[in-house]
Design a protein around this ligand. Sequence first.
Ligand code: NAD
Length: 281
Amino acid sequence: MTSPFTHDLTGKVAVVTGAGGVLCSFFAKELARAGAKVALLDLNVEAAQKYADEIVAAGGEAKGYKANVLELESLQEAHDAVVADFGVADILVNGAGGNSPKASTENEFHEIEGMEGVKSFFELDKSGIEFVFNLNYLGTLLPTQVFAKDMLGKEGANIINVSSMNAYTPLTKIPAYSGAKAAISNFTEWLAVYFSHVGIRVNAIAPGFLVSKQNQALLFNEDGTPTARTHKILSSTPMNRFGEPEELIGGLLFLADEKASSFVNGVVLPIDGGFHAYSGV
Ligand code: NAD
């Protein structure tokens, strides 16, 4: 995957959390292609290092670091290693996030009858809900505490959080993930205001529905025909198609590049084919 956009991030240091994952490894590669030195942070350091190696093989500068976005000590260790290797961060992408089946219902609507054997709202697991809120919300806030401290006053410094379509209007079945992403959008605005006197812009992207290896089976049957869920998604997306991960990159690099977005602050940018704007009528 490559994108056609050209932004010059030469000399910048970009830190990407969750960079061992599907989207954030791609973000890391594109930041590196734009010239940034990229620190790929992940709980799964082998995955982060594998993508860092691919960046280096393609001529970029990158390294994988083990970091748990929920533990300050682990983040501080990663921070110190990144500063020693590349210098102080200019760009922080808070990408680590996700959902848990323990925090999801099996049904879209509760009914008076016929609920036997269905995992409903009443069976949601407290630990699963805590896991999802912590991973997404605290997992954005804590890396910001650790990495933003020495970004204060640095020209062009900025933070990009990863929200989601479900932050605007919750998707069915995933109340914790929807609530946690809504909290990320809210935090993005709060932090943009808070850091507005110290030169750090704070924005977010809110990806819509993408096809990835992870959700391929949910969206398409084995014979390639769309599933019922796909029909539902596409009928709610005015552009009537899924997005591609490549289509997130223009927004990401635009927000990361001070020359392109120096007055853009506190924005949560939907990249969704119009899903958010469409009432369905
Ligand atoms: P992914 O599951 O492929 O990657 C997530 C990465 O985060 C993994 O490498 C995992 O090891 C890492 N991680 C998990 N817990 C961690 C922790 N405590 N500390 C450090 N790293 C940890 O996810 P993805 O699909 O690439 O999604 C990336 C981001 O984009 C997430 O915030 C997700 O919520 C958001 N998002 C994804 C989509 C989509 O369609 N994939 C849509 C909207 C938003």
